[in-house]
Design a protein around this ligand. Sequence first.
Ligand code: ADE
Ligand code: ZN
Ligand code: ZN
Length: 265
Amino acid sequence: MKFRQFPNSLLLLALLLVPAPAFGWGAEGHEIAAAVALGELTQPARRQVSELLGSEAMLVQMSNWADEIKDRRRDTARWHFVDIPLHAAGFVPQRDCAGGDCVVAQIQADMGALRDKRLDKQTRAQALLFLIHFVADVNQPLHAEDDDDKGGNEVRVHIGRERANLHRVWDVDVVEALGFNPQGVAADIERGITPGQRQAWARGTPADWANEAHAIARDQIYPPLGGARELRLPRDYAWREAPLARLQLARAGVRLAWLLNTSLK
Ligand code: ADE
Ligand code: ZN
Ligand code: ZN
């Protein structure tokens, strides 16, 4: 058995060494969500993750693989988000996910592949890597909306002397405000999850999660900004918004664990 795992681990190691551009939640956000999920996995799910990826720690270490391959796999670039118009009531597949090129449809496709034991191990391992990443992305509010600004990528912001864009602030800065050690942040998040929250979050569909994230962007994140394409944010913006990022990362971790626990029995 050992020698069969070896080439797989080598492949994963090679993939790991590819340099990482910053998309999605930043690398830290994905590691936090995956580490929360790992803490919530049942024994059978852990074992199967370990069989597919070489070790259970790969769940966290490979959580940014889907971003790292984006330049080589241009066809996957639209799989990380869903452009629900900011002022819409919610997700409409025909309008927001043509051809299945959105994060909602991809989570469903990856779930199907992961569950299908007739598929070869490589195919299922790849579906798992996409799934780990996309369940975190769909809970990032700016990955579930578009205000003709590419999910905030075209909103220029100034914070103190720093220039950034709104999307990046939410992918990276607001997460960094939680702390710089993903394992530590994840452990802290997990300790704070109540049984009631776990129960409320571990249900629903990827479309429900996209709708929830979209509503947060529409009702909480965009209104205070006043619709400007270039604006100054308060210096403590990331720090003030960090609890909301923490909540979304907690939901992402619990939801990923729930999907894995129910499909890898
Ligand atoms: N590109 C276009 N829309 C986007 C979004 N909502 N999130 C990330 N990248 C995008
Ligand atoms: Zn992003
Ligand atoms: Zn992503």
